[in-house]
Structure formats: C-alpha cells, structure tokens
Design a protein around this ligand. Structure first.
Ligand code: ZN
Length: 275
C-alpha cells in the first residue's frame, strides 16, 4: 500500500494511493503521531470522496513529525569524497518539522547562502513506539518508506562544528511523494539516483548503506524513544555537488529529482526566495 498526506478543499487528509487517485481514510488528517501501524491498516476508506492526485496539494508525507533524525555519512563513496574516516557509530543530526516541504512545493534558495546542494536519501517513517529497540524487532517499528532530498546550505553547514543551520533551514527538505509500506517494496538491491540538468549525479543501491535500517533504529531508540511519525533520513550516496570538481550548486530554474526503485520519484523545482 502507498499513502499520502494531502490538502484538498481546505481539509487535511490521508489517502491511499489507488492508481492516479487518492481514497481518503476516515478520521485521519495526516500521517504522524496518530498513525501507528494499526491506524493505517484499520482505517475505514471513503471511496465516495476519492480525488484525482492532480487535483490535490500533496503535503510532506509526514507534515509534523515529533523528530527528524538524519545520518551524516552512510555510504562508502560519500565518506570517501569527504575525506573522512569510516564511522563506527552513525553520525546523527536533526532537522525540524519546519524544515520540510511537500513534493509539490519548490525549494526557495535563500539570499544568505551561495552553496545550496542536493542529497538524495531514503527516509524511514516510524509506526510503532519504542525505546531501546532490539535489532530483531527493529523493522516491526517501521511504518513505511519515502524519498527525501536533504538539501543543504554547505556554507552554513561548515560555518561551525555543528551542522544545524546548514541542514535545518526552513522549508528546505522535500519529503514524499508517498509513504510505501514495507510489504510493497523490496529494498535489497534497490537503486537510488539523483538527477540534475539531465545528468545522473548520484547513483547507488540501498544495500550499500554502512549502517542499515535496523542498526539506525537501534542506535536512535537507544537514547530517544521513537514514536509514530518520526522520520529517519538514512544518508546520501557519493556525488554531492560540493564534492564535485568543479563544484555544482542549485540555481533558480533547476529541477532536482531523487528516485528510489519501488519507493518513488521526488522532483523539486528550484527558485529564488521571494522576499
Ligand atoms: Zn544527508
């Protein structure tokens, strides 16, 4: 199954993807803290209120997560291009709910940054509460997967030892278009690609993650309780613009696409911030 958080006629709803339509679920306004694994599975569908996907505004798959935890260096090729040592424990940082945009929204380049870069990533959405989750149970806590672009202001990321400003800029992180449930997708060997200006700039497979999904669930839940709607961005492959020669940064008029086999395609228009 695949689901979307969307706005239609001034209402926020969750819909199951049915071809090119969304079938709303009764009693759910968004995927988040109230949509655990059972809530999505048991919600009543309202087929009489189905709408064409083209006629709705898709919101971030999880519009208001309690936590967004991101992994810094999780593919060998990306670790290599940064010149860092291979990590033995995941490098984690966070974003805010206000960092997110939906799959229909453009990313607006802020006037303060000259180095806005792309990072295609698989996002994991949590569907079951848990603290100190064990490896064997980790995948039972996953509600589903979606696509993200961890768009990063490199000049702000490297201003200090903390990456926060470069990673948590308001409205910088597209998340979507759909939540795909684990039973629908085989992530083993699935490809992840980022395209910019007609060129594939990042290409890898999800089995190349240094820390796999169960390991990330274990590592995060060791120090913080995971709750439904929490999002984990699993890190980006090699090929980011900052590490290319010559360097590549996003400019107004660009379109950047992240695609993950079986999970979805996320295309984001780039424009200058209107002040
Ligand atoms: Zn990233």
């Amino acid at each position: 199954m695949a689901y979307a958080s969307y706005e239609h006629g001034g209402r926020h709803r969750v819909g199951r993807v049915d071809g090119d339509r969304l079938v709303p679920l009764a009693g759910l306004s968004e995927i988040g803290r109230h949509t655990d694994v059972d809530a999505l599975r048991t919600a009543q569908e309202l087929p009489a209120e189905a709408v064409a996907i083209d006629d709705v505004h898709l919101r971030p798959v999880v519009p208001d997560p309690a936590k967004i935890v991101c992994v810094g260096l999780n593919y060998h090729a990306h670790v290599d291009e940064t010149g860092r040592q291979l990590p033995t424990y995941p490098v984690l940082f966070t974003k805010f709910a206000s960092s997110l945009i939906g799959p229909d929204d453009p990313v607006e380049l802020p006037p303060e940054s000259e180095q806005v870069d792309y990072e295609g990533e698989l996002a994991v959405v949590i569907g079951r509460r848990g603290r100190r989750i064990g490896t064997d149970a980790a995948l039972d806590h996953v509600l589903g997967y979606t696509v993200s672009n961890d768009i990063t202001m490199r000049d702000y990321q490297y201003k200090t030892h903390q990456w926060l400003q470069g990673k948590a800029w308001d409205r910088s992180t597209p998340l979507g278009p759909y939540l795909v449930t684990p039973s629908e997708v085989d992530l083993a060997g699935a490809g992840i690609r980022t395209r910019l200006r007609g060129e594939v700039v990042q290409s890898s497979t999800l089995d190349r993650l240094i820390f796999d999904i169960p390991t990330l669930v274990v590592a995060v839940s060791e120090f913080a309780e995971l709750v439904p709607g929490d999002v984990i961005l699993t890190g980006t492959p090699g090929g980011v613009g900052f590490r290319r020669d010559p360097q590549v940064f996003l400019v107004p008029g660009d379109e950047v696409t992240v695609e993950i086999d079986g999970v979805g395609t996320l295309t984001t228009a780039v424009r200058a911030e209107s002040r």
